[in-house]
Design a protein around this ligand. Structure first.
Ligand code: FEO
Ligand code: CA
Ligand code: CA
Length: 525
């Protein structure tokens, strides 16, 4: 991204000092922004691939602070200007908009949890400033032109150097343990919970970034709750209130909606629209109806700050519906309807979530030990996204009619030409076509025979028809999707391929963005 960064080194996976000057690891959600005729992509780097990033270390495990810093710098967010030339798209090297946001970038905390004692640390006694955003999974875009990056599996970065440390009771619901996945806690005390027990309370939020303002400070929006955020689907109600739909990607966790108190007025101040509002959690009934339950102090017995920090516990208190791992939510731009990819859930009908909430078979989660996933959709009452009530159905149940003849064969819109499992990324184009990306089992055998590698499909919400559009290299998941300003190019994210791609033998297989155009250069969505 910058001319002072060395060419990528396939033997070392790059050096730690330039790791925050290059495009990062494990690309995920992304959005396109335009300013003054320039095109800027903001894209997430979800997690590290230690064996690729530290190929000289045994199993890629960091052995010193520089190794940890390298992993921290390869994750977070990239903001980059892109330019289309004769031979395709390139990064505009040294563009003033190019920027890396990493696990160490200073940012502000706002909303109900800001300044709460549970967020105070030795380094930040105010509880209002934090370093970094982590495990940036899906994304979203606001009507005022900012990027929302979503912190998902933040728990995995924390550990303890003291195995006798007694974990706070709230850690269990979020999976925060004493053994970190990346050895951060050994070389960066901020991630050692025995020294900094409140640091994990400062992650698991949605962060707002202004890609067209390279000097802007990212802002954590605690009003949108703390959980394993997948993405943020932002829309406007008829009266201009801002509505954000969100999923919590964990077996048996919930789906959420945020509604701003204020209305969006183009050109007016937007700084509090994601601070001042009401968070809701979804409850589904078997009769295809459902409702959003407000997470208020009266309903939960928790303070507003506690609801923002322990949002899962708040959802449990009001009896929210445990879901089959809510991944991306998408709002149709030409109809008042929403879709959510429920990717799979081996625990459905078998065990409770980490909060002890039952996960019975039924409603939008109709299959025991759900191995294939389904896409749920719902219609807000009165064609208004602020409505408390909705009706719902399942757009598709993934399945395999070659192997099964029961519910595991899938719904009627599944056939031999579109077999898939584990829908995950999902986004509408401007024509109302639903693009579906998978992150599932790609072994192509047994229950998954005939499905092949992960793929992207296009679905017609009106007819229910779904067609396979592309497949990705072995090992990869396909996640993240955006379009050029003229919508003649589609950018698709390829995450963690294990087959060398696109560099060939002897090279590290790296996550990539691919640009797709039609041969006739017509618009794609
Ligand atoms: Fe990062 Fe749930 O996918
Ligand atoms: Ca995902
Ligand atoms: Ca997934």
């Amino acid at each position: 991204m910058f001319s002072d960064a060395p060419e990528f080194n396939h033997e070392t996976g790059g050096d730690y000092a330039s790791a925050d000057r290059i495009f990062g690891e494990n690309t995920d959600g992304m959005e396109m922004f335009t300013i003054g005729g320039r095109q800027i992509i903001a894209v997430n780097h979800e997690y590290a691939n230690p064996k690729l990033n530290l190929p000289q270390n045994e199993n890629g495990i960091p052995t010193n602070a520089q190794d940890v810093l390298k992993l921290q710098s390869l994750q977070g967010v990239t903001v980059m200007e892109v330019v289309e030339g004769e031979s395709g798209w390139d990064i505009a090297i040294d563009s003033p908009y190019n920027r890396r946001i990493t696990h160490n970038t200073p940012m502000k905390i706002t909303g109900p949890a800001a300044g709460h004692e549970l967020l105070m640390t030795k380094a930040d006694p105010s509880g209002r400033t934090v370093l970094g955003t982590m495990n940036n999974c899906g994304a979203g875009k606001t009507p005022w032109g900012t990027y929302l990056t979503c912190e998902e599996n933040f728990n995995g970065y924390f550990g303890s150097t003291d195995m006798t440390f007694e974990k706070p009771a709230d850690y269990a619901r979020y999976g925060i343990g004493l053994e970190g996945r990346y050895a951060y806690e050994k070389y960066d005390p901020r991630f050692d919970v025995s020294q900094n027990p409140n640091e994990p309370h400062r992650f698991g939020y949605i962060v707002e970034i202004a890609p067209t303002n390279p000097k802007s400070v990212p802002i954590k929006r605690t009003a949108l709750g703390r959980f394993k955020h997948e993405n943020a689907a932002v829309t406007l109600a008829p009266n201009g209130q801002v509505v954000v739909y969100m999923g919590d990607d964990e077996r048996g966790e919930f789906m959420y909606k945020y509604v701003s108190n204020g209305v969006y007025t183009p050109g007016a101040d937007t700084s509090d629209l994601l601070n001042d509002g009401q968070l809701y959690v979804a409850k589904f009934n078997d009769d295809l109806s459902g409702s959003w339950i407000a997470l208020t102090p009266a309903a939960t017995g928790m303070s507003e700050a506690e609801i923002a920090i322990f949002t899962r516990q708040a959802g449990s208190k009001v009896g929210a519906t445990t879901m089959d791992r809510p991944e991306w939510v998408a709002v149709n731009p030409i109809a008042v309807e929403c879709y959510c990819a429920l990717t799979n859930n081996k625990n459905r009908g078998i065990k409770t979530n980490a909060g002890g909430d039952e996960a019975p078979v039924g409603g939008p989660n109709p299959r025991e030990a759900n191995k294939y996933g389904q896409i749920l959709r719902w219609w807000p009452a009165n064609d208004d996204h602020t409505s408390d009530d909705f009706t719902w159905d399942l757009y598709v149940m993934a399945g395999n009619p070659n192997v099964h003849s029961d519910a595991y064969a899938g719904s009627e819109n599944i056939n031999r030409g579109n077999l898939f499992n584990s829908p995950d990324g999902m986004m509408f184009d401007t024509t109302g076509l639903l693009w579906i990306q998978t992150d599932g089992n790609y072994k192509n055998e047994g229950d998954f025979e005939g499905m092949g590698n992960n793929q992207m499909l296009a679905g017609d919400p009106v007819t229910g028809k779904i067609e396979r559009f592309m497949t990705v290299p072995f090992g990869a998941e396909v996640t993240g999707l955006t379009w050029s300003a003229d919508r003649r190019t589609m950018f698709v994210g390829i995450q963690h391929p294990s087959a060398p791609f696109p560099d060939g033998d002897g090279k590290l297989a790296r996550s990539s963005l691919v640009a797709i155009k039609r041969n006739d250069n017509a618009r794609i969505g």
